[in-house]
Design a binder for this molecule. Structure first.
Ligand code: URA
Length: 430
């Protein structure tokens, strides 16, 4: 005998279509029934669109998050003997912050379990970046992950398929039904994975601006507030920084190029904006870990963070001293006139790097380790005629034209330096 289902999916769709609210029991059933295939994709797509158009209240978003967590495994780092703190970024162009940040925070004795993904579209994936290091392996068993956390303190590895499988299915459906950019759905998607991962505390880097997932600061603020509430409701100490992603972060976009720049930060150098963001996030993470007086800038300057980086890379099979791959071909774009670089829009630069081979269009596509863009000038810098502005890198020169098309109108030279505030605009949380 087949089990009798307690709800009718069409009733739930009608409720959200009519701006009503779903009960906790309805949401629990819906997520479970969708995961086991009883609720069909077309029904879930209709419901996602109704939520996209009519929203969800705070209780519904919390119930959706908890139901997605309950759809899979929940990890725990109890007994590790260290406080755990994680960071999640909503993604941006040239955002390699995880690479210097994880070993930096771990160098203070805090455990940083960083479950990351591969890139899709114009934002790069942390695992793709680290995979450009010879020998480095993204997959670790849960037991090995614990060992490395206990020993080195920082692990960046692939999230197993057991975490929040309902989200995996729903996110793929949203991707093809125009229902991604919806705050209740984004917040529950991100937070279900982060809470299931078992971290004790979490710092969110929520971006806004041209290279960000949500471009408008109001929307990003609303997303940050919703995620902070979800984390706190689930007993995970959570804060968020709202950060500017109008311009690519740092001076490199692309896998091995970004690893090189991250190592510069760990050596006490690196571009000012990347260092500013790394230190701001490290300060937040260390505060949540109960170390409000820790000085992350000192750990970059005196080599402690670099030591932890080398151990972190070696623990996953990588050779921290091995030369990084470089692309076979380069193309330099020079300044057509003298003046000041006035703009450098995040999104087109991300798309150009992707077209050069640094990113993938389909999940199964390979990426080129050496492809990407080096930025020799940033907005506000004075430039002179003929000076190199950007170098494009790829193994396949046929890719240059399409990358250059993406950059058309994405940067400019004028006479007055643009106003630029600091990267970190607001902090949300206790
Ligand atoms: N990242 C996620 O994990 N989920 C979303 O819905 C959007 C971005």
């Amino acid at each position: 005998m087949t089990a009798v289902e307690p709800f009718d999916t069409v009733d739930l769709i009608r409720t959200k279509r009519g701006r009503g609210t779903l009960s906790t029991a309805e949401i629990d059933w819906l997520v479970d029934a969708y995961t086991r295939g009883y609720v069909a994709d077309e029904q879930m797509a209709a419901l996602a669109m109704a939520i996209f158009l009519n929203g969800m209240d705070r209780r519904e978003v919390r119930d959706l998050t908890l139901a997605m967590i309950a759809s899979g495994e929940r990890m725990s780092f109890d007994g590790l003997g260290k406080v755990t703190v994680d960071k999640h970024s909503t993604g941006g162009v040239g955002d390699k912050t995880t690479l210097p940040l994880a070993p930096l925070v771990a160098s203070f004795g805090v455990a940083v379990p960083q479950l990351s993904g591969r890139g899709l579209g114009h934002t790069g994936g942390t695992l793709d970046k680290l995979e450009s290091i010879p020998g480095w392996q993204a997959s670790l068993s849960n037991a090995r992950m614990r060992e490395v956390l206990a020993d080195v303190g920082a692990v960046v590895c692939a999230a197993g398929s057991g975490l929040a499988p309902a989200d995996k299915k729903l996110y793929a459906l949203r991707d093809v039904t125009g229902t991604v950019e919806c705050i209740p759905l984004i917040a529950s998607s991100i937070m279900s994975k982060k809470i299931a991962e078992g971290t004790g505390a979490l710092v969110l880097d929520v971006k806004f601006g041209s290279g960000a997932f949500l471009q408008d600061i109001e929307q990003s603020r609303a997303l940050a507030r919703t995620m902070v509430e979800l984390g706190q409701d689930a007993g995970v100490a959570t804060t968020a920084l709202l950060t500017d992603m109008d311009v690519p972060l740092g001076r490199t976009i692309g896998n091995a190029l970004e690893v090189r720049e991250s190592v510069e930060v760990l050596a006490g150098g690196g571009p000012a904006d990347l260092v500013e963001l790394t230190l701001a996030l490290a300060t937040e993470m260390l505060q949540l870990a109960g170390l409000p007086d820790a000085d992350p800038a000192a750990a970059l300057a005196d080599g402690r963070a670099m030591d932890t980086w080398r151990r972190m890379i070696a623990a996953q099979g990588g050779e921290p001293s091995a030369p990084l791959p470089t692309a076979r071909e380069t193309h330099v774009v020079t300044a057509p006139r003298s003046g000041v670089l006035t703009e450098q829009q995040g999104l087109p630069f991300g798309i150009a790097a992707w077209r050069l081979g640094a990113g993938r269009a389909r999940a199964q596509d390979p990426v080129q380790a050496g492809a990407g863009i080096e930025l020799h000038a940033k907005p506000g810098d004075a430039v002179t005629t003929g000076q190199p502005l950007f170098t494009l890198h790829t193994d396949e020169p046929a890719r240059f034209d399409r990358a250059l098309d993406a950059l058309e109108g994405a940067w400019g030279i004028g006479d007055t330096a643009p106003e630029r505030g600091s990267i970190v605009r607001e902090r949300i949380g206790r």
